[in-house]
Write a protein that binds this ligand. Structure first.
Ligand SMILES: Nc1ncnc2c1ncn2[C@@H]1O[C@H](COP(=O)(O)OP(=O)(O)OP(=O)(O)O)[C@@H](O)[C@H]1O
Ligand SMILES: [Mg+2]
Length: 262
């Protein structure tokens, strides 16, 4: 049964109205005495690309793990398209339309590239998995991410980092996400490869997918984000357009070190 449309609509003066896809309130997670995510409020609008930045250990991956249901928060709430997913386990969060790639690439090393993506397609198929449809979809997505056709039948243990990242991305897309959480997909890639990744992120948005992107490479984050959120010691210290955030004194002090020049 279709859920009632509960997403709130924010009207901003002189701006278009934004349909809220993900709404996070007062989210908190600690590990022992360490506050990894501290009272964070954050929303992501439909069709938005939001960049999440901050120094090492700022809580970016933890926040993504909370959203994707891998961790349970100590406090706060996460609402996705009107459904409270604060304590929903990750496989169910994925079925609802949120998927995540990992900072350290995960794969099934003995399986081929195609099979690795088929896993996502089979999991994301509402009819519970037809092998032929999954294969077709996996082929299409490998092509979409620009994966070399000659390598689709190779075991992924023989592939390089860029190729593994593309497979991970294709597998995530195969689950039919409405929101994709990307944790440092360009880390370890050369400038040409990172630029290709930026183009892919833009293509995903054109395909109707919203994106929350963790990234350390400023050229990438500035080039692709509609909005940037900055975490520092688990707390959100800024949330605004790339221009607003790069002019923010607190952000310059805690993250950039000096003013970022576009
Ligand atoms: N599972 C865990 N158990 C204990 N501490 C953790 C765990 N996961 C993260 N932490 C700690 O929480 C803090 C935030 O870590 P997190 O990985 O979210 O940071 P990050 O912003 O993603 O950093 P990086 O840029 O280095 O990837 C760090 O101090 C980290 O050591
Ligand atoms: Mg991280």
């Amino acid at each position: 049964m279709e859920k009632p449309l509960l997403y709130s609509i924010i009207r901003r003066p002189k701006q278009w109205s934004v349909i809220i896809l993900l709404d996070i309130n007062n989210l908190t997670k600690s590990f022992g005495g360490l506050m990894a995510v501290n009272d964070v409020n954050l929303h992501i609008g439909k069709g938005e690309i939001v960049g999440l930045v901050g120094p090492n250990g700022a809580g970016k991956s933890t926040l993504l793990n909370l959203i994707s249901g891998m961790y349970r928060p100590d406090k706060g709430s996460i609402v996705f398209m009107g459904t409270d997913i604060t304590t929903t386990p990750s496989h169910k969060v994925c079925k609802l339309g949120i998927t995540k790639t990992f900072q350290l690439v995960h794969s099934f090393p003995e399986m081929t590239a195609l099979e690795n993506v088929m896993v996502g397609a089979l999991f994301g198929d509402p009819d519970n998995g037809n092998m032929n449809t999954a294969k077709e979809k996996a082929m299409e997505l490998l092509q979409f991410v620009g994966f070399s056709r000659e390598k689709i039948y190779l075991p992924v243990k023989n592939l390089n980092l860029m190729e593994l990242k593309y497979i991970q991305l294709a597998r995530a897309l195969a689950t039919n996400p409405k929101l994709i959480l990307l944790d440092e997909i360009t880390t370890g890639l050369n400038p040409t490869e990172s630029q290709e990744a930026v183009e892919l992120i833009k293509k995903m948005r054109s395909g109707g997918i919203s994106v929350l992107l963790v990234e350390h490479i400023m050229r990438v984050i500035m080039g692709v984000s509609d909005r940037i959120v900055v975490l520092d010691y688990g707390e959100k210290i800024a949330d605004g357009t790339p221009e607003e955030v790069t002019n923010d004194e607190k952000v310059i002090e805690s993250y950039f070190g000096e003013k970022y020049v576009f």
